[in-house]
Each structure stands twice: as C-alpha cells, then as structure tokens.
Design a protein around this ligand. Structure first.
Ligand code: NAD
Length: 288
C-alpha cells in the first residue's frame, strides 16, 4: 500500500534543488542572484529560529540574504524608512517582515509599505486582493506550499468539501482562498464557530492551523479524509514539536495526512524561495 503520509520534506528538497540549478544558470549568464531582505523587530525566540531557517535555505540556493534587526521600541517610521529604501534597492527582489511584530507596531502599516512586487510573503493587501479576484500574483507561502503538496500527490481538489480551521491572515484566510481557487467548496471556521464538529464530519479535506496540540482527533472525521496539519506546538517539558492533530488516532481513517514536523513547515520555506525567484524574474522597474 502506498504511504498515506505526505512527505513535505522531500518535496521541499526537490523544489530547493531546482531553484539552486536555476540560480546557477542565472549567475553563469553573468546576472546577479535573487536577493531577500529580512527585517525583524524585538527578541522573539521563534522568529530568530525561523529567520535562521530562511537564511540556510537562501544560502543553499545561492540567494543574496541580509537581515536588519531593530530593538523593541523602535519608532515605526524608522522601520518604514528602511523599507522604502529597500523598495528601490535593485539587489533585493523580496522584502520580508518577520512576524509576529511586537504589540506596539501595527503590522498592516508595515506590510503596506512594502512594494507589492517585492512582497514575497504575499501579505500585502494588493497580493491578497489579487488572490481574491482569481488573478494570483505573489501568494502567501504556507497556503501556497500546501496547494503544491496536494498537486504533487495528484489529489484532485475540484468539488471537494473542505474545512479550514483557523482564520488568521497568514494561514486560514489565504488558505480558504487558495482552496476556492482550486475548485473546493470551502468553509472557514474559527474560535467563534459553533458547530465545528459538523463541519469537520462532512469534510473531504481539512486544513488546521490554530496552535492547539491534539485538537483534531479521529472521533470527528469521516473515513478517507485528507488532513493538512499546519500547527507548530512545543509540548511543555518536552522539546518535541507537534501539530494540531492527534496524528496516531486519525491515521487509520485518513487517506492522506501531513506529519509535524516534515509536512507543511518545509514547504513554507520552499514557497518563499519560489516567490523570491518569481519576483526576480519579473524584473520590474520599482517606483514609489
Ligand atoms: P493565530 O493565533 O493568528 O490564529 C489562530 C486561529 O485559530 C484564529 O483564527 C482562531 O480563531 C483560530 N482558533 C483558535 N482556537 C480555535 C478553536 N478552538 N476552534 C477553531 N478555531 C480556533 O495563529 P496563526 O499565526 O495562524 O498560526 C496557527 C498555527 O499555525 C500555529 O501553531 C503556528 O505556529 C502555525 N504556523 C505554521 C506554519 C508552517 O509553516 N507550518 C506557518 C504559520 C503558522
């Protein structure tokens, strides 16, 4: 029997390998490699770890990679000033603000100051609006990575009943838009949803990203469900990372499932590299 486990690590590795070859050819032709600028504020430990992962991936494929770090309390206009400089800097095709930002900063104000064509996280209202209007440009990395995974496993999404659990700007909302674009009948649920179990029970595909370990278990799902687990949770007293799904309980009932780690996480980084290359290849003239 074929494995039911969707191997995000392997697929991400292939994507990164292909990008590396493309960058090699770009440099061979005498052009500069794609460049990614990362800005972060404060001392969030997870942010540091995620930036490190992005740096390792960028180094692997040969991108220019640079970080700018601001202390917590830095005036927001100082950060926006840097973004405006980077918007015009021809060495950087992508600009990324590492989230979460400290509470005193209005994330939208920062994100909106990034030029949409350099918005490789895909969070700018312009890029989200394009996704809404079925003309995707730079797409949010985690949902894009999930669609890539489903495509690589030849899962036909047309007409599937799907439930997205979690409705954040970075996971749930853009995920629902991606699924809609792929022809699914999609329900978005969140902390105020009253009849979550009923939505889950009739779903062919569930994408969950809420940050609650073991939230989804076998009692509520139907046989043959596809489960995509976006959650990343560190269990107290253990260094182990787990998702939002009670993996071993649901496993006998699913047709496919992503593990944590090794499922969605590596695809988020791979999609970021894809977006940066896409921004590079478009070779736009950047203007304010
Ligand atoms: P968030 O806190 O911004 O949003 C959580 C969402 O879950 C909200 O919409 C909330 O309404 C919903 N929610 C909370 N409790 C719920 C409940 N009981 N029932 C239904 N919905 C509920 O979080 P986020 O930034 O979207 O991240 C969610 C999870 O995904 C976290 O574990 C995060 O670490 C992980 N994540 C993983 C990746 C990846 O690449 N694998 C990327 C981004 C986020």
């Amino acid at each position: 029997m074929l494995s039911k486990i969707i191997d995000g690590k392997k697929i991400a590795k292939n994507i990164i390998h292909n990008i590396k070859n493309k960058v090699h050819n770009i440099i061979k032709k005498g052009h500069r490699p794609p460049g990614l600028a990362v800005i972060w504020v404060g001392k969030n430990k997870s942010s540091q770890l995620y930036i490190q992962k992005k740096q390792i991936a960028c180094n692997k494929v040969g991108y220019i990679f640079k970080t700018w770090h601001f202390q917590e309390g830095t005036d927001i206009f100082k950060i926006i000033k840097l973004i405006k400089i980077l918007n015009k800097d021809k060495n950087y095709d992508g600009i990324l603000i590492q989230l979460p930002l400290p509470k005193y900063i209005e994330a939208n104000q920062i994100i909106e100051s990034i030029h949409p064509k350099k918005d490789v996280d895909g969070f700018h209202p312009y890029n989200i609006g394009c996704l809404v209007q079925k003309i995707p440009k730079l797409r949010p990395c985690t949902p894009k990575g999930i669609i890539t995974l489903l495509e690589k496993y030849n899962i036909n999404l047309k007409g599937l009943n799907t439930t997205v659990i979690g409705a954040s700007n970075i996971v749930g909302r853009p995920m629902a838009l991606e699924l809609l674009l792929s022809g699914c009948t999609t329900t978005i649920t969140h902390r105020f949803t009253k009849n979550l179990k009923e939505h889950i029970k009739k779903s062919d595909l569930i994408v969950i990203g809420i940050g609650k370990p073991n939230f989804l278990h076998q009692k509520n799902i139907k046989n043959g469900t596809i489960i995509i687990d976006v959650g990343i949770n560190t269990l107290p007293n253990e260094k182990k990372i787990v998702g939002d799904v009670d993996f071993y309980s649901v496993y006998p009932k699913v047709s496919y499932i992503t593990p944590v780690p090794g499922g969605v996480g590596p695809m988020t980084v791979a999609s970021l590299l894809e977006n940066t290359l896409e921004a590079y290849e478009k070779k736009h003239q950047y203007e304010d």
